[in-house]
Write a protein that binds this ligand. Structure first.
Ligand code: SF4
Length: 233
């Protein structure tokens, strides 16, 4: 392991580390199966609502929005203040309400309909490019849409995946979450992406906390650069 940790971060070395971590995560949290996909436009709007809030708050906001406006056409036609009131449980409504309207408007302008199913047929890189060219949509949101709604092997890197990956040494210390998407995704097999994403989030929430990670109880301890550095002190 020491040799592995001292190795320069070539793509092969990175892949070896990611695969070693994947095996242990899968044993600890797996097997994980992706639930059936949803409407990709619903996933996109739901992911906008989920920014900077809890799953339960964004879920309530989404349910209220769809109860008031069952179709995306109705959401697009609704006054912004009404959307703001509907999505209030998700917070940041003054930012999210116009973003939702703008996103729907742009999808309709480009596609002629309020549907994103066509993304399932595009090469993965093109599908990511299409989504991230929408105003305010980053790689994480694009990957959520592609992975959860369409079952594509795109890896969302949220704060947990980023923090745990950095501590383990799966990415270099200064690699941003944005850049980590491509690096981690390339080190995984397509069928490993969903499990890796979900297991890393669970691990970040339950064990590798932002403050005081529980290294003594961690199944990844022997693979971890952070733990090795703590031990060496
Ligand atoms: S050993 Fe500690 S720092 Fe490393 S992954 Fe586990 S909990 Fe996180």
């Amino acid at each position: 392991m020491q040799q592995l940790m001292d190795a320069p971060m070539t793509p092969d070395a990175q892949r070896e580390r990611v695969q070693a971590v994947y095996v242990r995560l899968n044993a600890a949290y797996g097997p994980l199966r992706a639930p059936p996909g949803d409407d990709p436009l619903a996933e996109l709007i739901g992911t906008i609502l989920s920014q900077s809030t809890t799953d339960s708050n964004s879920g309530r906001a989404y349910a209220r929005l769809r109860a008031l406006y069952p179709s995306w056409e109705e959401v697009l036609d609704a006054p912004e203040d009404e959307i703001y009131a509907a999505i209030k449980p998700a917070g940041l409504g003054r930012m999210k309400a116009p973003r939702i309207k703008q996103t729907l408007r742009e999808v309709l302008r480009r596609r002629g309909e309020l549907k994103l199913d066509f993304l399932g047929e595009l090469p993965l890189a093109d599908a990511k490019r299409w989504l991230t060219s929408l105003d305010g949509i980053g790689l994480k949101t694009a990957a959520c849409v592609l992975l959860f709604a369409l079952g594509r092997p795109a890896l969302p890197v949220d704060t947990h995946v980023h923090r745990v990956s950095r501590r383990l040494g799966l990415i270099a210390p200064r690699v941003s979450a944005e850049r980590a998407h491509d690096q981690l995704e390339a080190a995984l097999e397509p069928e490993q992406v969903y499990t890796f994403h979900v297991a890393m989030i669970r691990h970040g929430r339950r064990v590798c906390h932002a403050q005081r990670p529980a290294c003594a109880a961690c199944v990844l301890r022997e693979l971890c650069e952070y733990a090795a550095a703590q031990h060496a002190q």
